[in-house]
Design a protein around this ligand. Structure first.
Ligand code: RB5
Length: 150
């Protein structure tokens, strides 16, 4: 199950992503917004972040004008690793190396075609273990306040 959320600036991209998920038969839950009327992106970031961290959804996709504000809001929720993606390489590597659990994109930055391609890459790329597991564990320690460096 994929959690979907956006503000007015990302509404076009989330519609394109939904069409892609429908075509692929991939299940999703929508958390809004549902139009281009102006709204506050933290609301939708929070809903998707909670759905992912509470286990209702495995991964999330969030879109705003730049992808930045909505990623910042999502990353405030414990357990979220939200990444703004602007190219194919980033879409792949943020899953492989950072174990990103929320893909963020900007409707005023990338095309709908790009958004669909980044979504496809993101959803089809596995997490790599080994040293990447260790680094993601460090991210969790930073979040918990248990990380220490010499
Ligand atoms: C809304 O105008 C815009 O600020 C928002 O979509 C996003 O880009 C924030 O980071």
């Amino acid at each position: 199950m994929i959690a979907l959320g956006c503000d007015h600036g990302g509404y076009n991209l989330i519609c394109a992503v939904k069409k892609y998920l429908d075509e692929k038969g991939i299940a999703y839950k929508e958390f809004g917004t549902f139009s281009e009327d102006s709204v506050d992106y933290p609301i939708y970031a929070y809903k998707v972040a909670k759905a992912v961290t509470e286990g209702d959804c495995e991964l999330g996709i969030l879109c705003c004008g730049t992808g930045i504000g909505i990623s910042m809001a999502a990353n405030k929720v414990k357990g979220v690793r939200a990444a703004v993606v602007n190219n194919d390489f980033g879409a792949e590597m943020t899953r492989r190396h950072n174990h990103a659990n929320i893909l963020c994109m900007g409707g005023r930055v990338i095309s709908e075609e790009d958004a669909v391609r980044f979504t496809d890459i993101f959803l089809n790329t596995p997490e790599e273990g080994g040293r990447h597991d260790n680094r993601v564990a460090m991210l969790k320690q930073i979040e918990d306040g248990t990380f220490s460096v010499e």
